[in-house]
Design a protein around this ligand. Structure first.
Ligand SMILES: NC(=O)c1ccc[n+]([C@@H]2O[C@H](COP(=O)([O-])OP(=O)(O)OC[C@H]3O[C@@H](n4cnc5c(N)ncnc54)[C@H](OP(=O)(O)O)[C@@H]3O)[C@@H](O)[C@H]2O)c1
Length: 338
């Protein structure tokens, strides 16, 4: 079977590296074109990238050459899908440009997340919103599909199957790893031996995005904290329900949350609960199959009509590049590009 040619733009950043790792041996997609900032054009990927992931760089990607940002060249080479890991300010210009040239863009940047016809897609939770690409003009035209902010993705996964109980309010505190700020990210002077109780724009994004993704309107209160951890965002969540819900009902609902699209990157158990007192921890961020795609929950508590729990999401995998790849798989499965 011939694979679909894809490009990764922003391939050297924290999210871009996960794209390169996950796409190195993908059954449907073949990376044909990669870009980074202008200073890296014509450089060998394996020599120029500052590899951050906690395992070896796949051999298949080391000798790739970084190309200049050129939609025309991508077109000539037969690229159909573009995975974007650009900073939001750069994406704001680049993504509409590529969309208007007819590319199918799957983006991690926040630049276009709040546009009316642009879905914030998580296949397990709101697959129906993929059809918004038709409102953007597909199949005659290109489109942009985004994925959520990484904290919101973990939250949406745990909350989506619980919506049936009626949720009035979500309160959360996040403990977010430094890889969430990209590379080089924060100065080591600021984060070593320290926590920073503010991440610009993050709390507002969570409130806005969870409402758009799950099409509901609870009160959302969030505090976001940067902690000295490399990978994985922990979240302490309290949900207030319209009536009392038992712990058993919540655990059963997560356990039964399996009727999700069968895609190469979909985990078998999207939300996995473990009753151990010390679960989950960021050191498990790359656990699971595929690695980093499962959301882990633990420490469940009940107070009247409120349920509390901890969750862990891999911010770089399920929370960004892996989520984007899964979105592109959902598109190919629905619209049959293969
Ligand atoms: N990190 C996370 O956990 C996470 C989670 C969800 C969403 N996101 C979003 O995903 C995007 C990428 O995040 P990241 O953490 O990977 O950022 P990053 O580490 O700063 O990487 C940015 C990438 O974009 C390239 N780039 C920067 N300026 C450019 C320009 N002017 N022209 C072309 N390429 C340029 C960089 O190339 P060079 O290496 O050559 O500079 C690098 O490849 C951001 O929009 C971010 O908000 C990140």
């Amino acid at each position: 079977m011939e694979k679909i040619k894809v490009a990764v733009i922003g391939a050297t950043g924290a999210v871009g590296q996960v794209f390169m790792w996950m796409l190195a041996d993908h059954p449907w997609f073949e990376v044909d074109y990669i870009t980074a900032s202008a200073a890296r054009v014509n450089q060998r990927y394996g020599s120029t990238v500052h590899w951050l992931l906690p395992f070896e760089m796949p051999h298949a990607i080391r000798d790739r050459t970084i190309s200049e940002f050129s939609g025309e060249t991508m077109k000539e080479r037969g690229v159909k899908i573009v995975f974007s890991a650009l900073p939001a300010s750069v994406a704001a210009e680049a993504e509409p440009l590529l969309r208007d040239m007819g590319f199918y863009i799957f983006s991690n940047a926040s630049a276009m997340r709040y546009h009316k016809n642009v879905p914030i897609l998580i296949p397990e939770t709101n697959l129906e919103t993929l059809s918004l690409i038709e409102d953007q003009g597909y199949p005659e035209k290109g489109f942009v599909v985004t994925n959520a902010n990484c904290v919101t993705t973990g939250l949406a996964m745990a909350v989506a199957p619980l919506r049936k109980f009626g949720i009035k309010q979500i309160s959360l505190c996040s403990y977010q790893s430094v890889s969430g700020a990209g590379y080089p990210g924060l100065s080591s002077f600021d984060i070593t031996d320290n926590c920073i109780p503010y991440i610009g724009g993050e709390e507002e994004k969570i409130e806005k995005e969870i409402k758009k993704i799950l099409s509901f309107d609870p009160i959302v209160d969030a505090y976001c904290v940067r902690v000295p951890v490399m990978f994985g965002h922990l979240e302490a969540v309290w949900l207030t329900f319209e009536q009392e819900v038992s712990i058993e009902d919540v655990l059963k609902t997560w356990d039964e949350f399996r009727e999700v699209p069968d895609l190469p990157s979909t985990p078998k158990l999207p939300v996995l609960y473990d009753g151990s007192n010390t679960f989950p921890q960021p050191k498990y961020a790359f656990w699971g199959t595929p690695k980093g795609m499962e959301v882990y929950t633990g420490r469940i508590k009940k107070r009247d009509n409120r349920i509390g729990f901890m969750l862990l999401v891999n911010n770089l995998v399920k929370g960004s590049a892996g989520g984007s790849i899964q979105n592109a798989e959902a598109f190919v499965q629905k619209y049959g590009l293969l």
